[in-house]
Write a protein that binds this ligand. Structure first.
Ligand SMILES: [Zn+2]
Ligand SMILES: [Zn+2]
Length: 166
């Protein structure tokens, strides 16, 4: 019986599991971020005094619950490959080769189109014509907006009515 890669490293759902997977390849700190347009990111910080560069990885706490263990693993390896390939490499041939070598698909992170339902917006809005809008945050000021599809500029006539979801 052969074990699958996903069972060996669990479902990669927690930061601890993610860090364990990362640590098999590279020793960098790992944290969550609040990104909604990408799954993960590699960061480099240059200490201007010591001239030393420190790398770290962050992953989207928002999108993670909506990803499969295979997608999570591919994303982790994607970012690990960025660290191994170096800051300037981007998604070049060397990065691609490393990502594939680690077991990734070698594809660069394209634009992620997450359906509105997937990120569970806290506020859902409707304009008088029935257009839908979604928000994660709301302030007293940002609450009073009109529908962009109905009116290019602010218009009291097309105010969006917001309903808090949770
Ligand atoms: Zn990338
Ligand atoms: Zn509208």
């Amino acid at each position: 019986m052969t074990k699958q890669a996903t069972t060996e490293s669990g479902t990669l759902a927690t930061l601890q599991e993610i860090h364990a997977e990362v640590a098999r390849h590279v020793d960098v700190p790992v944290r969550w971020d609040r990104a909604r347009k990408r799954y993960g990111s590699a960061h480099w910080r240059l200490d201007t005094r010591t001239r030393e560069t420190t790398a770290s990885l962050s992953f989207s706490r928002v999108l993670w619950p909506h990803m499969s263990p295979a997608e999570r693993r591919n994303t982790i390896l994607h970012e690990v490959a960025h660290i191994l390939a170096g800051h300037l490499e981007g998604h070049g041939a060397r990065w691609r080769q490393i990502h594939i070598g680690l077991g990734g698909d070698g594809k660069r992170c394209g634009a992620i189109d997450i359906p509105v339902e997937a990120v569970r917006p806290k506020y859902l809005g409707t304009c008088p014509s029935g257009h839908q809008a979604a928000r994660m945050r709301m302030t007293a000021r940002s609450q009073k907006v009109s529908c962009r599809k109905c009116a290019p500029y602010f218009s009291e006539k097309y105010l969006i009515t917001w309903v808090q979801q949770y």
